[in-house]
Design a protein around this ligand. Structure first.
Ligand code: BV8
Length: 240
């Protein structure tokens, strides 16, 4: 194989062609909400109803979203790689389930999932495909008013960091797709892999904030450049 273990970091840009707003293209304001005023633990403590409303809006949007050609191509890459003894790990900053809907099976949601809720009190995580409100009670501990989106906000620790670091340590190719490279620790993963000597590549609409950290790049819409890249990778792997 060209690379046995591929680590793929995805961001909002890969879901843009599925109709889901990105942070950046909304010019820092998102559905009329400044990101730091709705995606931070301080904002939730200050005004939980406003934060819940923001995520209720986005949850409703996600219900109609379908995977696009980029999501499907990554699922095809994983299936091909797995059939040849390799692995593809998708670490997504996105909270939608479009990678899973497209057929990817090894997906880490480092910033959480919008179709899940977590009890602020006992930490129980449940599926939540409807609106969250301060009146909701926790099925596990019964506390009322503590059900929050199972989302990682600014100032909170990302999820599954051990699994992410393990996958980064064994990666022999790092690919970043549809992310501005603005938020850490996600934006720092590429440097860790570079230090370990593996090749790095970004695919994005435009150079990201950490574009200089990548050895290779393909710029354009994810729905175009990702399927092309996957086709090239599968062709190349057949030559080995
Ligand atoms: C943490 C919630 C400790 C879910 C999000 C100073 C310096 C460095 C770091 C910090 C600092 N001060 C504070 C920090 C830490 C902070 C941080 O990084 N702040 C930034 C602002 C500097 N980080 C944290 O607080 C994190 N926690 O650090 O804990 C720790 C660290 C390590 C180990 C243990 C503990 C927690 C951050 C999580 C915040 N939650 N999301 C939700 O609401 O969705 S962040 C959110 O924005 C995303 O999840 C993502 O991570 C981030 C950026 O979004 P992108 O996905 O990149 O989207 P964006 O719109 O920005 O860009 C889209 C890109 O796609 C663009 O480039 C565009 O050109 C491209 N595009 C558009 N259309 C297409 C396309 N590309 C291809 N095709 C298209 N069609």
């Amino acid at each position: 194989m060209i690379a046995d273990n591929i680590f793929i970091l995805t961001g909002a840009g890969i879901s843009a062609e599925s109709g889901l707003a990105t942070f950046r293209d909304a010019d820092g304001l998102w559905e009329g909400y400044p990101v730091m005023e709705v995606a931070s633990i301080q904002a939730y403590d200050r005004n939980p109803a406003r934060v819940l409303e923001f995520y209720n809006l986005r949850r409703a949007q996600q219900l109609n979203a379908k995977p696009n050609r980029a999501h499907v191509a990554l699922a095809q890459l994983e299936a091909h790689w797995r059939a040849h003894g390799g692995s593809v790990t998708i670490c997504t900053q996105n909270v939608d389930s479009l990678h899973e809907q497209a057929g990817s099976t090894r997906v880490i949601h480092m910033h959480g999932e919008i179709n899940k809720a977590r009890c602020h009190d006992c930490g129980d995580v449940t599926l939540a495909d409807g609106d969250l409100s301060p009146a909701l009670g926790c099925a596990a501990c019964g506390r009322i008013g503590g059900m929050r989106p199972h989302i990682v906000w600014f100032g909170e620790t990302p999820l599954e960091m051990d699994a992410i670091y393990d996958a980064l340590a064994t990666a022999d190719l790092f690919v970043s797709i549809g992310t501005s490279g603005a938020v850490y620790p996600a934006a720092g993963f590429v440097s860790a892999v570079r230090r370990a000597g593996a090749p790095t590549m970004e695919m994005n609409l435009e150079p990201s904030e950490n574009a200089e950290a990548f050895d290779l790049a393909r710029y354009g819409k994810a729905g175009d450049v990702v399927p092309e890249w996957v086709t090239d990778m599968i062709k190349l792997s057949a030559l080995r």
